[in-house]
Design a protein around this ligand. Structure first.
Ligand code: DAK
Length: 265
């Protein structure tokens, strides 16, 4: 696929790829071009997946920041119409991470503020370095979170914790983020984090890709439903997967005491 972007990079490594926001001088702040390129790249991965990827690592260039938020310089001169278009674009990108047919791990190396924290939360889960700092400081700028922060943060760490963070706009060090369940694992260096994320993707990829992708979409769909509605969605997909090659292969391999050879079909 076309990997020639100005503000992001996509590097494939076997079954997986690493997607990085690459505006190190501005601490990888999200401007309209970053969003446009992320949207183009993620749409292609979601719809065509030309390289048959099975997992994505999402990170920021350098060691100082994952993403220090939406680009405040660009936002400061936006008209209401441009701000609306910017919001829609950012929300589209956040939804695309959820709609990818394979897992996406956010690897947070440094500041993940505002839109950066929101993009990390759009991935399936978050790994972070010891230097990672999270926060939704929008109210300090006279804004509110606009790429899903008011919704996703509350679902991830509970409404009261999310309100305290969003109303104060305070930063959160990695230990507290881990304690609250925002971060799953913490690593000493970026390299250690990226190699652990690759190992996690390898472990996931040893399972049925179809089952993993179905679990992802059922869990994301259930996030917006009542428990009764969510269980109906689960039952529908649980039944549907019985028609798959992978289900037959996985259960046969168990009874034949051999390793399953999944195809993702
Ligand atoms: N935007 C633009 N440039 C940024 C930036 C940002 N968010 N964050 C940092 N930079 C730039 C700095 O201006 C500086 O540029 P130069 O002066 O070198 O040209 C360079 O990156 C290095 O930053 P610092 O010199 O400030 O570095 P420090 O180590 O001193 O401080 C910092 C690091 C992360 C604490 C600090 O840079 C900082 O506070 N940055 C802003 C963090 C922030 O407030 N982020 C949240 C942005 S608000 C919406 C949808 C979504 C959103 C809004 C609306 N709609 C629905 C419409 C989302 C809003 C946000 O994300």
């Amino acid at each position: 696929m076309n990997t020639k972007f100005e503000t992001i990079t996509l590097e494939q490594n076997g079954d997986f790829a690493t997607l990085s926001v690459s505006r190190e001088k501005s601490l990888n702040a999200l401007n309209a071009l970053v969003h446009t390129e992320l949207k183009e790249c993620l749409t292609l991965l979601k719809d065509d997946n030309p390289d048959n990827l099975r997992g994505l690592i999402f990170t920021g260039a350098g060691d100082k920041a994952f993403i220090a938020g939406a680009d405040i310089v660009e936002m400061s001169s936006m008209t209401p119409e441009q701000a609306f278009n910017f919001a829609v674009l950012g929300q589209d990108v956040s939804l695309l991470f959820e709609e990818l047919p394979f897992p996406a791990i956010a690897c947070v190396n440094g500041f993940a503020l505002g839109g950066g924290c929101e993009m990390a939360m759009s991935c399936d889960f978050i790994y972070a370095t010891e230097t990672a700092v999270f926060g939704q400081p929008e109210v300090k700028l006279g804004l509110i979170p606009g790429f899903g922060g008011t919704q996703r943060l509350a679902k991830l760490i509970g409404r009261n914790n999310a309100k305290e963070l969003i109303y104060t706009g305070r930063n959160l060090k990695v230990d507290e983020a881990k304690e609250l369940g925002l971060v799953v694992k913490v690593f000493a260096t970026k390299d250690e984090m990226l190699s652990a994320a690759t190992k996690t993707l390898e472990k996931i990829n040893a399972n049925s890709p179809l089952a993993v992708s179905t679990a992802k979409s059922v869990m994301n769909e259930g996030n917006d439903l009542t428990i009764t509605e969510g269980l109906k969605v689960e039952a529908k997909h649980f039944g549907g997967i019985f028609a798959s090659y992978d289900m037959k292969e996985g259960t046969s391999a168990f009874t034949e005491k051999r390793k399953a050879n999944f195809k993702g079909e």
